[in-house]
Write a protein that binds this ligand. Structure first.
Ligand code: ATP
Ligand code: MN
Length: 465
């Protein structure tokens, strides 16, 4: 955790005894500066911790002129001795011996002058918000979760499988797609019937950005056994909600020989592992977010880790909602695709625990889900979380060639011969699910809006940076 030219502030703070009395080089950005005519204190942050390191400039050694450029936002290199702090609020500080200013930040124009900017204000300054305490916490937690995800699957013998981002299969069905084309939009080539002639397009056919890597993931699982994807996904749905992005990251494990119960076990173990990992490795960041935004955050995280998720068939869930006597904005009846308010009622008010809802009506779920013996429901499983609603969507897949073909015909899905080959040759029971990465980050950080847990959010009418 230390490169040749600098000490990471996180490291100095974690093991002060190893460094006290030694000369250290710290490099970072000035968060604030205060003091009097004898001494100046600078809070320096280098991104390795939410905590800033206090640098003490003795004005016998440094002149006002030396320090003129040391203003909020400026980047500096300080060499000095690490000592125990005499002041309150920090245990260690650096007695500056030399100062190098890399880049100045004009106080009249640097946007992050004062503390406590609103999240909305910072969203407009998304290019600079990683320099705020709050957002750096989110980004470090995001990183830790991504690492935990790879570690979890790697340790279990899953293979990281890369599915394409550009796809020509329009059967994914998970959401509206963004088209990918190099055709001139002002002069589209037409065929004899006057339709757009996609044979002239870059791929010789219509193509779009993927909404899910699952179908290709199944090809991986039916060869390698267990795989997972972890990549960006694109959905052109016009949902201006605090839980939807147009570009988000998704983790999609797919497992040969797993049935629905195995799938649920894995989903529960996986999500608990990720949250435990963050609790263990992101203590300072979670503490900071709890203190400033969401007092109950640590308790909520521990609660999810320590309690079994409820497992409940959709039909039961609908009955509970109908009998709740609660006035919902959207009506609830058997067959309806549950809205977030319904999901959250079950989780937050009825069970007060995460819920895995299973066996949904086939009409509201994707074509590839395995049909139950009742002929009406499919082996779907959605994991519902407090504050979030759906965090995972998954299912056991239909492995029977004839049943799958019949369902695809019903829905008019064609041109998926490559997918059907998994059922034609050596078909096996298999299952998988998709976790929206940002929904997980949202839960672990306690943030309210999904646009605040990704560095550069994309949503309708917003594509900055
Ligand atoms: P929702 O009903 O919330 O729109 P969905 O049914 O469309 O979700 P799936 O297609 O099952 O979701 O996708 C799997 C997971 O991806 C979801 O459980 C969720 O965590 C995440 N997800 C889906 N759409 C989005 C989005 N637009 N932005 C961020 N995450 C998403
Ligand atoms: Mn959706």
């Amino acid at each position: 955790m230390q490169d040749i030219r600098r000490s990471l502030i996180a490291k100095l703070m974690a093991e002060p005894a190893c460094y006290i009395g030694k000369t250290v080089d710290v490099k970072g950005w000035v968060r604030s500066r205060r003091g009097n005519k004898y001494v100046q204190f600078v809070a320096l942050n280098d991104g390795s911790s939410v905590k800033s390191l206090q640098i003490v400039f003795d004005l016998n050694k440094f002149s006002e002129e030396d320090l003129r450029q040391v203003t909020t936002g400026a980047s500096i290199h300080v060499q000095g001795e690490l000592v125990e702090s005499q002041g309150k609020g920090q245990t260690i500080e650096v007695q500056a011996e030399s100062l190098e200013v890399y880049g100045t930040a004009d106080p009249d124009t640097y946007p992050l002058q004062k503390k406590g900017h609103s999240l909305e204000f910072l969203r407009d300054k998304a290019h600079l918000r990683p320099r705020t305490n709050y957002f750096s916490c989110v980004l470090r937690i995001r990183h830790a979760l991504a690492y935990a995800i790879h570690k979890f699957f790697n340790d279990k013998g899953f293979y990281y499988f890369h599915t394409p981002l550009i796809t020509a299969s329009d059967c994914e069905g998970a959401g509206a797609q963004f088209q990918v084309t190099t055709l001139p939009l002002d002069k589209l080539p037409q065929d004899k019937e006057g339709a757009i002639d996609y044979s002239k397009d870059f791929f010789g056919k219509m193509a779009s950005l993927t909404v899910s890597g699952q179908l290709e993931g199944e090809l991986g699982a039916t060869a390698l056994g267990c795989i997972y994807t972890f990549g960006p996904t694109f959905r052109a749905e016009n949902s201006n909600t605090p839980r939807h992005l147009s570009e988000f990251w998704m983790i999609e494990p797919e497992m040969a020989f797993y049935e629905i119960a195995d799938n649920m076990d894995l989903a529960e173990e996986f999500i608990k592992y990720c949250i435990s990992y963050a609790l263990e490795h992101c203590k300072d960041d979670i503490e900071f977010l709890a203190e400033h935004f969401d007092k109950e955050l640590p308790e909520r995280l521990k609660f999810v880790v320590e309690n079994d998720f409820v497992r409940l068939p959709y039909t039961e869930g609908v009955r509970i909602l109908e009998e709740s006597g609660k006035k919902f904005e959207f009506p609830v009846y058997w067959g309806v695709d549950l809205a977030s308010e319904h999901e959250r009622y079950l989780v937050e008010e009825h069970f007060k625990k995460p819920v895995i809802l299973t066996d949904y009506p086939k009409e509201i779920k994707a074509f590839y889900m395995k049909l139950n013996d009742d002929g009406k429901t499919v082996r779907a499983m959605d994991v519902l979380f407090p504050k979030i609603g759906e965090i995972i969507g998954g299912s056991q897949r239909e492995e029977n060639y004839d049943k799958l073909c019949a369902r695809m015909e019903e829905l008019g899905l064609e041109g998926m011969d490559w997918y059907l080959d998994t059922r034609r040759f050596g078909s096996v029971p298999h299952s998988g699910f998709g976790l929206g990465f940002e929904r997980l980050v949202l839960f672990v950080t306690g943030m309210q809006n999904i646009r605040d847990v990704i560095p550069f959010p994309r949503y309708p009418k917003n594509c900055e940076y």
